[in-house]
Design a protein around this ligand. Structure first.
Ligand code: IDP
Ligand code: MG
Length: 144
């Protein structure tokens, strides 16, 4: 297979994982998966912050509950970089519903419900650009 394009993506270690104390284990998987962490910060989102971040889901039945879940404590957004980073991070995460997530994926190991599913990942170059800009300015992102 030819080498993939170097991409950046937005990952979040969600509040359930931070509260459970498994952020470090998830970061280890990111690093061992060959993705570089270019930026990271702990953020306790307000309801308005969460609503804006998940604006594409406004019409979904789970939107209000999702926004409440994402504001229950601090989360850890990160900018990740690597070959095909968007898809590779989603592969490490596993399926949205942890019961369908492949064994060995982060969600299979750490999620406790379809909502409290441990991690977030952007799903396209367009969403990655929007989501990176939502949490980080250019000066926060350390190219290496
Ligand atoms: P993704 O995080 O795998 O990209 P999306 O469909 O974009 O999944 O949904 C965003 C988030 O909304 C999920 O990660 C999960 O926390 C929550 N969610 C998705 N589907 C449901 C559902 O059917 N019930 C409750 N929460 C859901
Ligand atoms: Mg999504």
């Amino acid at each position: 297979m030819s080498p993939g394009k170097i991409e950046r993506t937005l990952a979040i270690i969600k509040p359930d994982s931070v509260a459970k104390g498994v952020a470090g284990q998830i970061i280890t998987r990111i690093e061992q998966g060959g993705l570089r962490i270019l930026a990271a910060r702990l953020v306790h989102m307000s309801p308005e912050d969460a609503a804006g971040f998940y604006i594409v889901h406004t019409d979904k039945p789970f939107y209000r509950s999702l926004c409440a879940f994402m504001t229950q404590g601090p989360c850890l957004p990160m900018v990740l970089e690597g070959e095909n980073a968007i898809q590779r991070w989603r592969d490490l995460m596993g399926a949205t519903d942890f019961r369908k997530a492949a064994p060995g994926t982060i969600r299979a190991e750490f999620a406790s419900s379809i909502e409290a599913n441990a991690v977030h990942g952007a799903d396209s170059p367009e969403s990655a650009a929007f989501e990176i800009g939502y949490f980080f300015s250019a000066l926060d992102i350390h190219s290496r």
